[in-house]
Write a protein that binds this ligand. Structure first.
Ligand code: IPD
Ligand code: CA
Length: 343
């Protein structure tokens, strides 16, 4: 679709609103409750009200842009990657350097907030009710290593274990996705225009998997029951109705769960189904999707209220009808099986 034909080039927030961060000031309330673990819902709402979420978003945008420069300046041919779990689970020196920079900047700006990042994560670390920055310094590390330009930094703020601000920035395509809970989701394109998401302001109803473009990722675990479920379900999604399949339009695997969430939020993909990725992969995208009218169910059947740390996500684009039906149809393609992941 031509840019001019796209609905609603948003007038606010303007590009300039996204290009400079304000001076962060940590809330005294945030500071006083940062050690609490189980907050009452009303207190969480009160805390969210105390925070300057616009200022926090602008800080995250500035940090993401600095991270983007680091990614663009990295030379993948000299940026050696190390193996994590196996040969398809990698980390580069740039992943680590970006996270160190992000952590230092956010700690200076908001010293009372907690930080949960992919590269500094320890299995004992659990999300708490306190304001927490969640960081994936490079989502799509394999794409980054191969020079495939679908790679992003993903930065979020959670409060009460729920995402309230999300910023996802792909420096290679200069696409910036942002959202604040209750204030809408936006895409800033390389030419500077800012579009409220979804791109089509009046999206079509969802009428079943048969009309859907579905994002599926493969992870790095390539054998065992989770792998069998992933591949069997994908086969069922793609197969013709005459052989018992859903005959979805097609499957796409972009290599970045953070960007998959954004593409669903934009309405460019209809669904994203993945078990096994982590909170830092999807946390920022979650707010962006919900603010664009989408919903997040579990990748496993029957759970309409998945947790951020649950590693099970089914993202559905905004639509005037058909969201729940398409979730149930996808769950039925799993033929009674479920993913099982360590948390
Ligand atoms: C990965 C990507 C990928 C998903 C993996 C993630 P990383 O993140 O989001 O799409 O399938 O599960 O681990 O390793 O590139 O940060
Ligand atoms: Ca990563």
């Amino acid at each position: 679709m031509a840019l001019s034909a796209m609905s609603s080039v948003a007038s606010t927030p303007a590009m300039s609103d996204f290009s400079s961060a304000g001076t962060p000031a940590s809330s005294s309330l945030a500071s006083s409750i940062s050690s609490l673990r189980d907050l009452d819902k009303a207190l969480v709402e009160c805390l969210i009200g105390e925070l300057n979420l616009v200022e926090i978003r602008d800080t995250l945008i500035s940090v993401a842009q600095a991270a983007g420069e680091m990614m663009l300046n990295a030379d993948p041919s000299v940026d050696t990657s190390e193996t994590k779990k196996n040969s398809s689970d990698r980390v580069t020196a740039t992943d680590k350097a970006v996270e160190a920079m992000v952590k230092a900047c956010l700690n200076t700006a908001y010293p009372d907030f907690e930080f949960l990042g992919e590269e500094s994560f320890k299995v004992s670390q659990k999300l708490t009710d306190a304001p927490t920055f969640v960081c994936d310094p490079i989502d799509g590390t394999l794409n980054f290593i191969h020079g495939f330009p679908n790679t992003a930094i993903s930065l979020a703020l959670t409060v009460g274990r729920k995402p309230v601000v999300g910023v996802v920035f792909n420096p290679f395509r200069r696409e910036l996705y942002t959202a604040i809970k209750g204030q809408g989701a936006y895409l800033q394109k390389p030419n500077g225009t800012v579009h409220r998401l979804p791109i089509r302001q009046n999206p079509d109803p969802l009428t079943g998997l048969n009309g859907c473009l579905v994002a599926v990722e493969w992870g790095s675990e390539r054998s065992g029951p989770n792998w069998d479920l992933r591949t069997n379900t994908t086969r069922k999604l793609l197969s013709a109705k005459s052989v018992g399949g859903a005959m979805c339009h097609s499957i796409r695997s972009s290599g970045s769960a953070a960007l998959d969430f954004c593409y669903v939020a934009a309405g460019q993909m209809d669904l994203f189904w993945e078990g096994g990725c982590w909170i830092w992969d999807i946390c920022a995208g979650w707010t962006i999707l919900e603010e664009a009218g989408g919903l997040v169910a579990s990748a496993n059947p029957g759970d309409w209220d998945p947790s951020l740390e649950g590693r099970l996500y089914l993202a559905v684009r905004g639509a005037p009808s058909g969201q729940k039906e398409v979730v149930e149809e996808l769950w039925s393609c799993m033929e009674g099986k479920e993913f099982v992941f360590a948390k």
